[in-house]
Design a protein around this ligand. Sequence first.
Ligand code: PMP
Length: 316
Amino acid sequence: MKCVKSGNFSRGELQRFGNIELNPSAGVLNYGQGLFEGLKAYRKEDGKILLFRPEENALRMIEGAERMCMPSPTVEQFVEAVKATVLANKRWVPPSGKGSLYIRPLLMGSGAVLGLAPAPEYTFLIYVSPVGNYFKEGVAPIHLIVEHELHRATPGGTGGVKTIGNYAAVLKAQSVAKAKGFSDVLYLDCVHKKYLEEVSSCNIFVVKGNVISTPAIKGTILPGITRKSIIDVARSEGFQVEERSVTIHELLDADEVFCTGTAVVVSPVGSITYMGKRVSFGEDGVGTVSKQLYNVLTRLQMGLIEDKMNWTMELS
Ligand code: PMP
């Protein structure tokens, strides 16, 4: 059964970046009724700007909105709003190869609601920021610690959608891990505590020979757009890709491990620390498969190779 109220997202306007006003009893502030998306705009060598699969972000927001009892913009409204925001901020898209413009669409219950219920009004906004590499290591290997006490998602929860509360749930484990010198945290399933889930802000892949495995989408991990793209890229590069339950022990025995996400792109994993034991991958931690997939994906995103999949959208 649906719980979504109808919404009107047709009257968009561009505003200078700044604070916004919210009622103290706004649904988003009190009950976490908020969703976001993340995508990037890249500058090609000829100066033109490319978006990467913005319709996929729109579809994920629509699915998430349904779970969070929120109305959402249509795919067309979402993509038009992203295009308008990027074009208005063209000068902030870094030169080709020097980074990208991160785009953050945000949908929230902005109407006032005191008792627990979906908010009566909603706001959709987009802000942007130029970005470089997500991890301070750049494309160098990252170092993960496996968390077995705290979980980011439970079956039947909201782990499969990009709602703000999922990120509140990871702040503690991630902060502790960073203070200990790790790049991020790898979560396991909360029932058996042995199947891989994902990292705080990216999906995980395990390579063994010619087979690349990644946890299947079952409602507790985010269906990453980079994940989906890398699965297609890997298959077209001749790898066998399996979406299934992957155990922590398979990961510890892998040839190489990498993470995928809009922010992290394809980040090789140099080491995993599990139950106090550190397992390293490869000589320098940057496996050949991760490097190969990183190269294909980033060249595609920057318009350096032919876009046979029709994934990029050029802005004029
Ligand atoms: N998992 C989580 C929890 C994330 O926040 C992200 C980033 N959106 C991802 C996976 C990767 O998703 P995408 O490839 O769409 O950026």
